[in-house]
Design a protein around this ligand. Sequence first.
Ligand code: CTP
Ligand code: CA
Length: 230
Amino acid sequence: ERPDGLPQDLAGRRVVVSAGGTREPLDPVRFLGNRSSGRQGYALAAVAAQRGAAVTLVAAHTADLADPAAVEVVRVGSALELRDAMHAAVKGADAVVMAAAVADFRPVSLAGHKIKKTGSDPEPLALTTNPDILVELVGAREPGQIVVGFAAETGDDTGDALHHGRQKLARKGCDLLVVNAVGDGMAFEVPENAGWLLAADGSETVLPHGSKALLASRVWDAVAARLRDR
Ligand code: CTP
Ligand code: CA
């Protein structure tokens, strides 16, 4: 342990974290984006470094956040760029956390020049589906590598947020899924998160309301335990 009391339980480990929201370009000056601030991913990277890991942070668009200390930062724009950066970064990594908000869709075509008004209404925007990077990373997982996903869920008429989280864990095939319950002012653009940590072995831990740094600590606790056991 260091004097500040943080365990050095990730010393000698290499971890990769994605953060922020992807921007899907329409033309040289326009994009489709989302409201992700990147704060949770940055907190994950910072805490992992504080616990001794060698950290690569693959950052899509974020709020104006300072680079975490002692972290290698790789900047990307679109989902396709994030995908390439992740596949390169995860080689030899002990753990991978997909905290980025990846756009589900991107424009079919990227105009080479700025799209101009013509006096009549534009055609509807044609979109295509982005690859599911988390599913790809699970498919390419090296022996013993731990892959963690994130999901922000609300309830609907088919089930509550936890139900949707369980379904998503099964669909993605990752080792751990952090489920944030959205609503009541939680998760988006606010400093506090709350939810569950679901594991492929069936274990479910409540993540109490707290800071993004605290949530990051709980995630690394679970990752470190699995790395010890492998
Ligand atoms: N994710 C990803 N690639 C995508 C979409 C999502 O890697 N194209 C990752 C996110 O980084 C996150 C997890 O998958 O770790 C869950 O993202 P989410 O948007 O909740 O899942 P989707 O499969 O896109 O389902 P939904 O229809 O609920 O958006
Ligand atoms: Ca999605």
